[in-house]
Each structure stands twice: as C-alpha cells, then as structure tokens.
Design a protein around this ligand. Structure first.
Ligand SMILES: Cc1cc2nc3c(=O)[nH]c(=O)nc-3n(C[C@H](O)[C@H](O)[C@H](O)COP(=O)(O)O)c2cc1C
Length: 345
C-alpha cells in the first residue's frame, strides 16, 4: 500500500498523529460503533459528537433534518455524486445521559490506543460552569484529548442556554481559560468563520488552547420557490466542497498572523485526499472530515489517507514538509508580475 511509502505522521498539540486525517464530530461519531468504524478506517483521531448538560440541546437532535442539494439547490436522494453536493441541516447534541456517553468515550479511546489513534471528546458550551465540570470528568475518565466547539452555527437558533457560541475574542478567551484551568489534556478550540476567526484564535491560544480548529460551517437560509417557504422550515447550517477555499483563506491568515508554530486543524470542505493536501499546504497540521463520512461512510477516511499518501509519494515529500508551503509563498496583489512582463502575456 502506498501509505507505507511516505511519512504521513504529524505532531499536533503535543500529540503524535499517524496521519493528518481525523473524523470530524457529527452524527457519524455519535455511537460506539460509529467511532470504532472511523478508527478502523484508519483515522488518526476521531472527534466524537458534541455534548453538554442541556436537555434542550439533546431534544434538538430529535428534530434534526438533513437535505443534500445539487448545484441548482434542488434536493437529491442519491448521495453518490457527493463532492458536488451541499448539505443543509439542523442538528442537536448527543442524546444520551453524560455518564453513559463518558463510558462510550473512554471505551472507544481505549480501542483507539491499540490502533495508534485518539478519540477526542467534544464539548459545546451550554452553561459556562457545567462545561468546565464536564471537561474535568472527561479527563478523569481517561480520555486523552478534548475539543471545545465555540463556533456552533446553530447557537443563535437553539433554545436560550442550549448552545453557547463565542464570536468575540474576549469571550473565547474567558471560556478557554476556565477549561484550561480545570484540565491538563490537550485542548483544541473549534471556531466559527463568522466574526474574527484569527482574533478568536489568538485569544484561544493566549488562554491556553493547544490547537485551534478552523472553521465551523455557516448558518444559511434557503427559500424553496415551489412552496415559498424556507427549506427545512428554519435557518440551517450549510456546507459543501465549495467551502474549501473559503476555509483555507482563514487557515492561511491564521498562519500568517499567528506564526507557523501555532497548531491549526482544518474543518469545512475536505472531501478527499487532495483536499487534505490543500489544507496542509495552507497551514493545517490535521484535517477533519465530517460530511464525506456522512454521505460516503468511513471508507471516505481510508480513501483520503490513501490518496494523500499517493500524492506525497509523487511529490517525494512527507506530510510535515508541505504544511504551510502555499501560504508561505502567497504574494500580495502588488507583487504579482503583470502578464506582459513575465514573458507569458
Ligand atoms: C450532520 C452534522 C452534525 C454535526 N455535528 C457537530 C457536532 O456535534 N459538533 C461539532 O463540533 N461539529 C459538528 N458538525 C460540524 C462538522 O464537524 C464539521 O466541522 C463541518 O461539517 C464542516 O466539515 P465538513 O466539510 O468535513 O463536513 C456537524 C456537521 C454535520 C454535517
């Protein structure tokens, strides 16, 4: 297999990753079976579905709805042509009691250890005191890595208190500092593309985050011309392969402004192994894939790892060597040589 021929390993947040591909948090990582399947598929880390203490956030899962849309915003039933599709959906949080969920996290992280992988517990803040308590309980249960999602797109539509998103640097800093004070395991902070992601990332690192994950999806609005009502009846989060370059600009900006030593994890837009390479070239050291696993199953992870490996073999480079390469070569508009002066125009 090509993955034996090139070095895919990464260091992120002081952790050794066997490759840069993570399964992102979502419905596919909401059960022991789902997490185990992603580990089996070769993911270096699996971010579990997010949880918090709010009953309203758990209830919200029961009314989750998903629609795949083609390039004319028409619903499609067949996800085979996944790459070109957008996913519009509402989601909620893990609908199990926290103690039971903690057992799933601890058991699957033990499984992950045997496969040189990690399970990352994910918290979405609800009550700012409870989230700190839950982080402490996760560490005490032996789970080795925590992600705090402060960029959940559904926050403003959820019941008050169910999902707290922080878009301002100072509130990011406060929440991160309170969790950092309670746990010593690596802490990733996932941020929204709305507001000032780079300022928020700076605040997260200053408050003790070990890595920042950029960026969560956006909330969208799509009227259906036939029914003259909103598709799904509500605002809803949207993503698609088209989101990749938008996300990568934030990764590049974060690298430029915060420096190459701040570990960045990418999310939002990766659909295959070359997309993972694009994330690395922009400056990410690991990449989460969620929708691709949702539509294609865990083999999307294996395929991405194999495709990345084949690409790196062709380039004759290791995964680490390409991190940030494109961003470090980016020109300002003023530095671009006009077409008629470089002999090509
Ligand atoms: C159905 C669904 C559920 C999701 N649930 C969560 C969640 O509970 N916690 C979280 O941090 N992100 C959640 N996400 C966001 C994804 O982890 C990811 O950041 C986003 O989908 C963009 O990446 P992608 O293009 O690989 O899908 C969810 C995404 C989808 C599509």
């Amino acid at each position: 297999m090509s993955s034996l021929m090139t070095d895919l390993s990464m260091e992120v947040a002081g952790m050794h990753l066997k490759n840069p591909v993570m399964a992102g948090s979502g419905e596919t990582t909401m059960s022991h079976e789902g997490i185990a399947a992603a580990i089996d598929a070769g993911a270096a880390a699996v971010v579990a579905k997010s949880t918090n203490e709010s009953e309203a956030a758990k209830r919200q899962l029961a009314s989750a709805e998903y629609v795949l849309l083609d390039d004319r915003w028409q619903a499609v039933d067949e996800p085979a042509a996944g790459r070109a599709l957008s996913l519009l959906n509402r989601s909620g949080l893990v609908d199990q009691p926290f103690e039971a969920w903690l057992e799933v996290l601890a058991a699957t992280d033990r499984l992950a250890r045997e496969r040189d992988a990690y399970v990352i517990a994910s918290l979405i803040a609800g009550d700012p005191v409870e989230v700190v308590r839950m982080a402490g309980a996760i560490e005490a249960a032996g789970v080795r890595w925590i992600e705090l999602n402060l960029g959940a797109p559904h926050a403003e539509e959820a019941e008050p208190g169910a999902i707290t998103a922080a878009r301002e640097a100072h509130s990011v800093g406060e929440l991160v500092a309170s969790i950092r004070g309670a746990v010593s395991v690596p802490l990733t902070v996932k941020l929204s593309s709305e507001g000032d992601p780079v300022g928020s990332a700076r605040a997260a690192f200053a408050a003790g985050a070990d890595a920042v994950c950029l960026t969560g999806r956006c909330l969208a609005f799509l009227p259906d011309p036939q029914t003259r009502r909103p598709v799904l009846g509500t605002f809803a989060a949207i993503g698609g392969g088209w989101a990749l370059p938008l996300t990568l600009r934030w990764i590049a900006r974060a690298r430029q402004r915060l420096g190459p030593d701040r570990p960045l994890i990418g999310t939002n837009g990766a659909r295959d192994g070359l997309d993972v390479a694009r994330f690395l070239l922009a400056g990410a050291s690991a990449v989460q894939m969620t929708t691709a696993v949702f539509t294609e199953g865990p083999s999307a992870l294996t395929n991405a790892i194999d495709e990345l490996s084949a690409y790196l073999t062709r380039q004759g480079l290791s995964a680490r060597e390409i991190v940030g390469e494109a961003t470090d070569a980016v020109l300002s508009y003023a530095k671009v040589v006009p077409n008629n002066e470089d002999g090509t125009g």
